[in-house]
Design a protein around this ligand. Sequence first.
Ligand SMILES: Cc1ncc(C[n+]2csc(CCOP(=O)(O)OP(=O)(O)O)c2C)c(N)n1
Ligand SMILES: [Mg+2]
Length: 623
Amino acid sequence: MNATTRRLTTAQALVRFLAAQYTERDGVRHRLIAGTWGIFGHGNVAGIGQALVEYADVMPYHQGRNEQAMVHAAVGHARQLDRLSTQAVTTSIGPGATNLVTGAALATINRLPVLLLPGDYFATRPADPLLQQLEHPVEADVSVNDTLRPVSRYFDRITRPEALIPSALQAMRVLTDPAETGAVTLALPQDVQAEAYDWPEEFFAERVWHVRRPEPDRAELAEAVRLIRAAERPLIVAGGGVHHSRAEAALQAFVDATGIPVASTQAGKGSLRHDHPADLGGIGHTGTAVADDLARTADLVIGVGTRYTDFTTASGTLFENPRVRFLNLNITAFDAHKLAARTLVCDARAGLERLREALDGHRVDAAYEAEYRAGKERWEQVVAAAYRAADDSAVPTQTQVLGALDAVVGDDDVVINAAGSLPGDLHKLWRARSPRQYHLEYGYSCMGYEIPAAIGVQQAAPETVVWALVGDGTYLMMPTELVTAVQEGLPVNVVLVQNHGYASIGGLSEETGGERFGTAYRHRAADGTFTGAPLPVDLAANAASLGMDVLRAKTVRELREALAAARASDRPTCVYVETDPTPTAPPAQAWWDVPVAETATREAARAARERYDRHVAGRRRHL
Ligand SMILES: Cc1ncc(C[n+]2csc(CCOP(=O)(O)OP(=O)(O)O)c2C)c(N)n1
Ligand SMILES: [Mg+2]
């Protein structure tokens, strides 16, 4: 049937195939797989590794230090380009492959595409066990790569060369499907990688994957319009789907027409510019007072592209109005149906545009608008107070670090963070000036995402100024890719906030009766607990040792100067700052459920349990 064939190894065929895949949406084209990250071992060096050198002209290769970090970089890249372009990650078998699991979970949870290519055991089984093989005594076809199944949106093991053809096509379909996307894994037995096959020439032809924008269903749209017209206190919850769909302008047009205010999740923040009169900032446990007050009294919550995590709903306690109803616009039916909502299963941009047209002339009450505008102004004062440092020569608090950063960033700078106490402070305080600026990975909140993600974002947007904000605990978990930034000459900026341990979990521990146990980085004291002197680690010296330019800032003034210098520099630069632990962040405006010991001898836990029981009593099931 196929007139011509090309004799290549499976690995060569895969690399050639990947180099010819494109996405298209709104007439804009991207390479689907812009490059391939790789760490080589015996599971991929002679297969994919050889193919990458053979085809270096069509498939850029990036050298990473840690497999998990390579996935983070690919995720950062994918998020920056609205999921229209990602990267592949090739690993050895065994430990190299299982290091992917955390990154894959992060990608799948955040609905961001990445292509994982772990090496796998021989398909032909000539001499089991090979180096790094898990021998399962009962299920002989199990490999460690099976740990990637539950965290992948598509998984296959390519045990014959020709099986790659249907599987590679399915893999591209899932990567480019706006409702299904996430981590896609093609496990590649190392003998099959090196095996030759006569591939049909059509397999290597350029292929364009149209990323669709499904329109709303007519009946669902009519019901949505009816609900919005009937609502007195409607509130939009904007999630990551607004960004993925590039629906920010449509959202603003909808809001300008209707006056309905917008609160945002971590993934959705920046959907409206911070200074838009209807932007209420973050919602939920780490939300603003104005957003949470409106959420408590809303009679219609319009979720747009949100998964409604516990942070957003204050663990099921936030939406208190007895008459509250939900209307969810989501491309994923699974998410649209949450909270027993009326659904609008479609693309966010298409849905918002159709709603605006159908609601022509409808607007919320002027009194409601005045109420939330006043609340927004009050919260602006809270932000200003948290950012302001009375004394320029003092050691900054963490919110003053954010204030200093706020003063130097440009409208299009990207600020990346994922875990620790910074996500909460950022969600409450950050003034997002452009849709991609606020880059919070809070689906998995994975310590260590920040630095490799900054690399992926910088690769996707070479002209953009990129900031990775990391706590000291996060830095220690994954500083490895600083070496990659240095190697690639990527001018990423890292702000390293030193507070000698886990301030976030320390605070949480104290609130929940855990007495800050195991959350500070300190020497052991005489009684055996970690309550001695702070550790004599020098993370600034560590960053410098990896090749970064490092600026140490001891005061607010020095910090401001260091941030400005880092922004101006064309080299990867780390700004190191020790913070004053005096709390200057506004307190949580809503609850978060972290179960407290029901029985304990220690007073701290007993008191925490009493508080806990009071909160649990306020939980609602929305049915
Ligand atoms: C990989 C990973 N392990 C554990 C956690 C749980 N965790 C969340 S925040 C945190 C501490 C973060 O410390 P640091 O980066 O210093 O930030 P700080 O809390 O001091 O602001 C931990 C351990 C996590 N989110 N990710
Ligand atoms: Mg810390």
